[in-house]
Design a protein around this ligand. Structure first.
Ligand code: PMV
Length: 351
């Protein structure tokens, strides 16, 4: 038993924020300054796959990220320790026999994790990455049902807590100092609006120069626009939920577009300013507004995280026109990698 080894492999999806999380009220526990809401994409092309091997005979935890042995960050180490603590609590609750408890407490993990898209390029790799590792470790210890995995994933990367659920997901900032009420919950399953589609236009797959942690710190410290965020986000989330359940694309699109623009305006207002968008990102913004104008209705929306890459959102009925236009306007210029565009089949199932 002592030398036995086990393994499990799981996958987790990316989520894309429609009303963005930006700024922390507690950097250690990763408690956000404002509520946020996102849609979880299916993990086929964007997402993470993690294999965890575990045994009491391993000397220490280790990590291989995208094929490279990597030092375990303090955030990931917090996640691992918190999962071990949750396991011990659960073992006491279910009165696990002392020998099993001893040997399982000594498990060390060899974590091998691979992102299916560029890492740290504003494509939400940290969200699916931390959600996937959390899910894998909780599966290994048999505690997926007894813990709130969103709380554990959040300790690794804030936005990861939303990847624990499918569909439209809200992460409440919460009020408690220990973060016990800062959890992600599904608001509506993806089946509410199956015709909604996303494509991702990879403008630049390189690692971004200013990471989101640094960007958030700068904004919290220097941008007065941040003061508007808590209330603004609450109002916008209500609008998103209402538009989503009523399947009103123009209403949904307007909030998504405005919130993406607010995030990037805050970044520019921070000191020193942060600019995540490139000229191609700006051209895509123009393209979407001109297309909506030509169609006489808001049929397409865009949103950008902390990076230049564009998530385009639309209903299935506009897909062929949009793809044709994008192919002729952007991809011929060789600016955008079309291989990552996708038509997700959203899945209602929780992980
Ligand atoms: O979870 P982080 O630290 O990668 O921050 C993500 C922040 C945004 O992607 C810009 C917004 C969001 O809500 O996901």
């Amino acid at each position: 038993m002592e030398d036995a080894e086990w393994e499990c492999t799981v996958e987790a999806p990316v989520n894309i924020a429609l009303v963005k999380y930006w700024g922390k009220r507690d950097s250690e526990l990763i408690l956000p300054y404002n509520d946020s809401v996102s849609l979880t994409l299916d993990e086929e092309k964007l997402g993470t796959r993690t294999t965890v091997r575990y045994s009491a005979s391993y000397e220490e935890d280790s990590l291989v990220l995208n094929g490279k042995p990597t030092v375990i960050s303090s955030r990931l180490s917090n996640v691992i320790e918190e999962i071990r603590r949750a396991f011990r609590k659960q073992a006491v609750r279910i009165k696990m026999n002392a020998q099993d408890l001893m040997s399982m407490s000594r498990y060390r993990f060899r974590i091998e994790t691979n992102n299916k898209m560029p890492t740290a390029a504003g494509l939400a790799s940290s969200a699916s990455g931390m959600a996937c590792i959390t899910f894998a470790l909780c599966t290994a210890l048999g505690i997926t049902e007894s813990v709130d995995m969103s709380e554990l994933a959040r300790l690794g990367s804030g936005s990861a807590c939303r990847s624990i659920h499918g569909g439209l997901v809200q992460w409440e900032a919460g009020k408690e100092e220990d973060g016990s009420d800062s959890l992600a919950k599904q608001i509506y399953p993806a089946s509410t609006w199956p015709e909604l589609k996303f494509i991702v236009l990879v403008v630049d797959g390189e690692k971004k120069k200013v990471g989101s942690t640094e960007g958030m710190q700068r904004s919290m410290a220097t941008s007065e626009y941040m003061l508007l965020r808590p209330k603004q986000c609450k109002d916008r989330i209500q609008e998103v939920c209402w538009a989503f359940q009523a399947k009103l694309f123009p209403a949904l699109a307007e909030v998504i577009i405005k919130d993406s623009n607010t995030l990037h305006a805050i970044c520019r207002d921070s000191y020193p300013p942060v600019n995540y968008l490139t000229r191609t990102s700006e051209a895509l913004i123009d393209f979407v507004h001109r297309l909506n104008e030509a169609l006489g209705d808001v049929c397409v929306a865009y949103t950008f995280d902390a990076g230049p890459n564009c998530f385009v959102i639309f209903e299935e009925k506009h897909e062929s026109l949009l793809m044709w236009l994008l192919l002729h306007t952007f991809i011929e210029n060789d600016v955008i990698d079309p291989t990552i565009h996708r038509q997700p089949k959203w899945d209602d199932d929780e992980l």
